[in-house]
Design a protein around this ligand. Structure first.
Ligand code: NAP
Ligand code: F7E
Length: 324
């Protein structure tokens, strides 16, 4: 895709994360020049983007550091900014609530403020989340009131309203995608889907005995990250900025996830999984299922990968990795 003078430019924060890696692939396929913000670390964090590193332009920066955001935007001069960076693991938001608020809430305000001064015409995507709905009754949609249940959810509500406010205050093309859980073989190992797929692989290969989980009754609307990054891009292509719920509309318990994942390896999950009260959360989000009809009607978006296909892909990937 071009815009008169060369390719369109996109800046992705959180490019080293699950979604950042899929979105970078998606934008490269569409001819974008892709910039990625990478924070300093004592060891490389580029595992998920190793295969496309030579096609990316990585810029050093951190959501905690205002100056680094100004510099990155100035250097990239992006047409589109995707803010995917966050402290994204819900349990860590109870052990590190202030850090979570700094990165996941205030970090977004820093980025919006930098964008307003450096590249006010750039379009801005904020990674909002179903965790903002928390205990609100299912199915959740764009009009459902927020009731977050974790410091992470609270931080994301701040970021969400900051995005709305910059749109209303300054006319910024700034939108939030309210994405329900989405997973992939690139999911971090601490999240429940990957914890389960890795355990299935290790148990079936005799490398692990049993799997301890927390709440087996919690319900999530799980989709595939590859499907969900298409929606992020589509949201920045409309004439008028608007927030959307992105979800599959199907919900499963953690127990059902286990049943399907263990079946991929020919195992019965009830022989291996136990619930450990130490892994329960101080406040749980019991039931998430999204209504994404607006995304379907206005973005032409719908998921293509089923839950069963997602779980199979994750387990087969971990079987391959654990067999090496
Ligand atoms: P992820 O794998 O945890 O990736 C998070 C990314 O943020 C990583 O690249 C991380 O960099 C970066 N990051 C963290 N703190 C930073 C900071 N202070 N400055 C700059 N970068 C920082 O998350 P994900 O699953 O891809 O999710 C992407 C975004 O969508 C997140 O904002 C998440 O909260 C949100 N979200 C996710 C889901 C989901 O189900 N996956 C659903 C709704 C919303 P390092 O590699 O250096 O740690
Ligand atoms: O938990 C239950 C847990 O950590 C899912 C993030 O991407 O999606 C993600 O947040 C459910 C919860 O994801 C274990 O209690 C049971 O009910 O995989 P999770 P999450 O908290 O839903 C949202 C949309 C985001 O925005 C977040 O960034 O599974 N559960 N036993 C467990 N969860 C974990 N992690 N580990 C367990 O042992």
């Amino acid at each position: 895709m071009t815009s008169g003078q060369g390719p369109r430019r996109a800046l992705i924060t959180g490019i080293s994360g699950q979604d950042g890696s899929y979105l970078a692939e998606f934008l490269l396929e569409r001819g974008y020049q892709v910039f990625g913000l990478l924070r300093r670390s004592s060891s490389p964090r580029t595992e998920r983007i190793e295969h496309i590193l030579d096609r990316l332009e990585l810029l050093s920066g951190d959501l905690l550091d205002q100056g680094s955001l100004i510099r990155a935007l100035d250097e990239a001069q992006p047409h589109e900014v995707y803010n995917l960076a966050a402290q994204s693991f819900v349990p860590t938001s109870w052990t590190e609530p202030v850090f979570t608020a700094e990165a996941t809430a205030l970090g977004v305000m820093r980025l919006l403020e930098a964008l307003r001064h450096v590249c006010p015409d750039a379009r801005f995507y904020q990674a909002s989340t179903s965790e903002m709905f928390g205990s609100a009754p299912a199915p959740q949609h764009e009009g459902t009131p927020f009731h977050p249940r974790s410091p992470y959810g609270v931080a994301k509500v701040f970021a969400h309203w900051a995005t709305v406010n910059y749109r209303e205050s300054y006319g910024t093309y700034a939108v939030s995608g309210i994405l329900f859980n989405h997973e992939s073989p690139r999911r971090g190992p601490e999240f429940v889907t990957r914890k389960v797929s890795q355990a299935v692989a290790r148990i079936s290969l005799g490398k692990q005995k049993g799997l301890k989980l927390g709440n087996l009754q919690a319900r999530r609307d799980w989709g595939h990250a590859r499907d969900f990054v298409r929606a992020m891009w589509a949201m920045l292509q409309l004439d008028t900025p608007k927030d959307f719920v992105i979800a599959t509309g199907q919900t499963h318990t953690v127990g059902e996830l286990c049943r399907i994942a263990f079946e991929v390896a020919g195992l019965d999950w009830r022989d291996h999984v136990t619930s450990d009260s130490a892994l329960l959360r101080p406040a749980e989000v019991d039931h998430l299922v999204g209504d994404a009809k607006h995304a379907q009607n206005q973005l032409g978006w719908k998921p293509e990968i089923t839950f069963a296909q997602l779980v199979r892909e994750m387990v087969e990937n971990d079987l391959r990795l654990e067999s090496k």
